[in-house]
Design a binder for this molecule. Structure first.
Ligand code: PLP
Length: 382
């Protein structure tokens, strides 16, 4: 199998699986229990909290575990908007993940004014536009750090500067950037930041929200004292331990792994552009996470490419996993100005720590063949 869909999810790191197994099988105590087997788990959970906090330049008390990146996004946005009822405006970009976009729709239905910032053809937000729409009424801006479909990195520091002028808070969804590039809450200047374990070779079903000390926010889930009464529910202890271990593994191999991914991605990019005619690269050439490549192949449907590759056990995506089931054109590709017929021929290839040179060599033989064959039988002339 050649797995090139690491932005959808990643395979579990064996070191993470080993650590988690211990907590699934033996260290089963409830962290809220006062006796030793519970307290021991609570202590370890807090050590993992510290590991994760330090990895983004924050402190232990600013990290709140959630059940996913999606929940972290919901918690940040709904939590802040609920805490600031006098400010009833929310701003987001047009290329946010559905976790943010659909939360914005929910807020809008509740009477909150929602404003969208457009992006240019590289998928970078329009800062001038943003500057003009922020007002004293804007409680929160939520703009992602790196886009899941294009890999484009947003100028978060500049967004924060604009926000501070109007006393507006900033949340960033760093689910795709965390583990792939430096993510430091102090350098970025954000008030809230979401991350998720399964995008960094950790387990599914665990995420975290960084909440800068002093940020006004209300809980989403009530019913217990866990997470300092900000997120009730018995903690996913094995998941949290797995999240911490995944972060340690990334830190341990960061230098070599990111160089490898960068090298493989640039080989892949060059290979695709040299061997396949009528192809368009989407995203920012420089400001992007290197392992994400997004291409439109003229004259064919992305789904046909995906299925043809899947028969060879090669896995890529036609957009974000969340839009895979829908017939609609991706909102991200729409926002960067692709025509519907271009968007329909677009695939995302996303590399991870465990990809090899051989994966890329095979892919560069198979993809041109698939594209060529599909174009031969395609009714669309290019
Ligand atoms: N935000 C972004 C940018 C993502 O790419 C994803 C997952 O695809 C999410 C949020 C949701 O994270 P999770 O799958 O942990 O809910």
């Amino acid at each position: 199998m050649i797995y090139l869909d690491n932005n959808a999810t990643t395979p579990l790191d064996p070191a993470v699986a080993k650590k988690m197994a211990l907590f699934l099988k033996e260290k089963f105590g409830n962290p809220s229990s006062l006796y030793p087997i519970g307290r021991a788990v609570k202590n370890i959970m807090n050590q993992e909290r510290e590991t994760i906090a330090k990895s983004i330049g924050s402190i232990r008390t600013e990290i709140f575990f959630t059940g996913s990146g999606t929940e972290a996004d919901n918690f940040a946005i709904r939590g802040v908007m609920n805490a600031l009822p006098d400010k009833n405006e929310f701003i987001l970009s047009k290329i946010e993940h559905p976790a943010v976009i659909e939360t914005a729709n929910y807020l809008n239905n509740k009477g909150i004014t929602v404003k969208y910032v457009p992006v240019d053809s590289s998928g970078t937000v329009d800062l001038d536009y943003l500057k003009n729409i922020i007002s004293e009424k804007t409680a929160l801006i939520s703009i992602m750090h790196a886009n899941n479909e294009l890999g484009t990195i947003q100028p978060i520091e500049d967004i924060v500067s604009l926000a501070k002028e109007k006393d507006t808070l900033v949340h960033t969804d760093a689910v795709q950037s965390f583990g792939k590039m430096d993510v430091d809450v102090n350098k970025l200047g954000v008030d809230l930041l979401s991350i998720s374990a399964h995008k960094i070779n950790g387990p599914k079903g665990v995420g975290a929200l960084f909440i800068k000390k002093g940020t006004p926010i209300l809980p989403l889930i009530y019913g217990g004292q866990q997470e300092r009464e900000m997120r009730a529910g018995t903690e996913n202890t094995s998941g949290i331990v797995g999240f911490g271990e995944a972060v340690r593994q990334i830190q341990k191999y960061r230098e070599t792994d990111s160089k490898k991914v960068e090298h493989l991605a640039s080989k892949l990019k060059q290979g695709i552009e040299e061997s396949i005619p009528k192809v368009k690269f989407n995203g920012h050439e420089i400001n992007r996470i290197h392992g994400t490549l997004n291409y439109s192949f003229y004259g064919i449907e992305a789904e046909a490419i995906l299925l043809a590759l899947a028969t060879k056990e090669i896995y890529v995506s036609t957009g974000s996993a969340c839009s895979e089931d829908s017939e609609e054109v991706s909102h991200v590709l729409n926002a960067i100005g692709l025509r519907p017929e271009e968007a329909r021929g677009t695939i995302r290839i996303s590399l991870g720590r465990f990809n090899t040179e051989a994966d890329i060599d095979t892919f560069l033989i198979e993809l041109p063949e698939v594209v060529h064959k599909l174009r031969e039988i395609s009714a669309i002339s290019i």
